[in-house]
Write a protein that binds this ligand. Sequence first.
Ligand SMILES: [Fe+2]
Length: 291
Amino acid sequence: MSSIIIKPFFHKDTCTISYIIYDLNSAKAAIIDSAIDYENNAGKVAFYFADAQIEFVQHHKLEVEWILETHAHADHLSAAHYLRSKLGGKIAIGKYITQAQRIFKDIFALSDSEISVSGAEFDLLLSHNDKLYIGDTVIKVIETPGHTKDSVTYLVEDNAFIGDTLFMPDSGSARCDFPGGAATELYQSIMQLYALPDNTKLWMCHDYQPNGRKLQYQTTVAESKKSNIHIRNDVSHDCFVATRQTRDKTLAVPRLLYSALQVNIKAGELPQTNNRNQVLLKEPAHALKID
Ligand SMILES: [Fe+2]
């Protein structure tokens, strides 16, 4: 019998779902894709969401081994750095985060002291088939690029934490038009997920609750193959890529794109306080061309 418990947390402002996974035998835990509360218009940062996770960890007397990112998110600011400062543990992300660091270092004109391009802000960079442990439980890393180059899935027993590879069947798949994204790679990544056993649970990183339906955290490989609106099992590569690229042309730039990437390429660390006691994020006037 499995000794794994999965506790989802829903971040309402960005529709992000973060997870605490823990092993009952050892009380060791991993936190996946946490979020900072950030009101960009008001210039306000808070940590209510992450604090609720910290409270959960403390209440259950867990030891956090891993703080995991499925990718460099463009829609919310990661709370990984904050969580590590409060709970310990190591922050890990896919090794191609270095590509995102290079691209956004350039876009934000960041200095060498502000950002590495080596992934040094993270404790561990992950490759395909790497294994992490919480107690005796294995977290297997599957590279699933397409939405972003650095995207990975974390497979824990029959639970796949898939980031933005797929959404719930009524929402389809994630956009591929960010720098480093590619619809053809996303197709291959989804086929990797579809090759997992049919009863594998696919845990979402977002749920946008289309048509006001109830919040859902997970589907299965079988259900996604049967009814995902973008990519049922019988959808060809070319058809998927055409659908994805057509749709991407209609999508708006995410509200928090620049603030999120600026922080997330540094494992969720906010910029240093300056000598006027200010924390400032940059925003380009000539926006990045997303196509
Ligand atoms: Fe994303």
